[in-house]
Design a protein around this ligand. Structure first.
Ligand code: PNS
Length: 161
């Protein structure tokens, strides 16, 4: 039984995240998608809002569960007995940060490994920050996020309806 953890800010979740989640859910028996704090970022959505959004858009994938956690990623992985952390790599620009994170996490807990899935080219350009930026000006984000996520993101910026 292989349980993996896919952590992130998901502020908001994008089709790029969803593609990684779908693929990881086919590789592992169980996948926990976890909203964690990234202290380098000021979130648009509260943790509860993000968890609700994740539950809504991921409800069709039976071996995926959604959680939030206020501590270290490796502590959550240990608590949940998840031996693998999954992260998506979009481009070489992600690499430095992701390698550092993976190596730090491995020093903190050597039982936990990180595996990287290469984001498909279709979503390689996409990030939650781009989604927030476009939505803040009322631009079209329908190619980036599911309709309900778009609606909630526009609402945060007082855009569209
Ligand atoms: O979607 P993001 O913002 O790239 O995800 C980064 C995240 C949330 C996975 C990372 O910031 C994280 O693991 N936060 C929890 C605290 C922690 O364990 N930090 C890493 C120690 S180096």
């Amino acid at each position: 039984m292989k349980r993996a953890l896919y952590p992130g800010s998901f502020d908001p979740i994008t089709y790029g995240h969803m593609e990684i989640i779908k693929r990881a859910s086919e590789i592992f028996d169980e996948l926990i998608v976890a909203v964690l704090e990234n202290r380098a970022k000021t979130p648009l959505f509260s943790v509860d809002e993000r968890v609700n959004i994740l539950n809504e858009v991921l409800s069709g994938i039976p071996n995926v569960t959604v959680k939030s956690y206020g501590g270290l990623l490796v502590d959550l992985a240990m608590e949940e007995e998840a031996g693998v952390i999954v992260r998506g790599l979009r481009a070489v620009t992600d690499f430095d940060y992701e390698l550092q994170l993976a190596q730090t996490n491995r020093v903190l807990h050597k039982e936990i490994d990180t595996v990287f899935l290469a984001t498909s080219l279709r979503y390689a350009y996409l990030s939650s920050s781009t989604v927030r930026e476009v939505a803040s000006y009322g631009g079209d984000i329908s190619k980036f996020v599911p309709p309900s996520v778009a609606e909630q993101t526009y609402k945060k910026y007082g855009q569209r309806s």
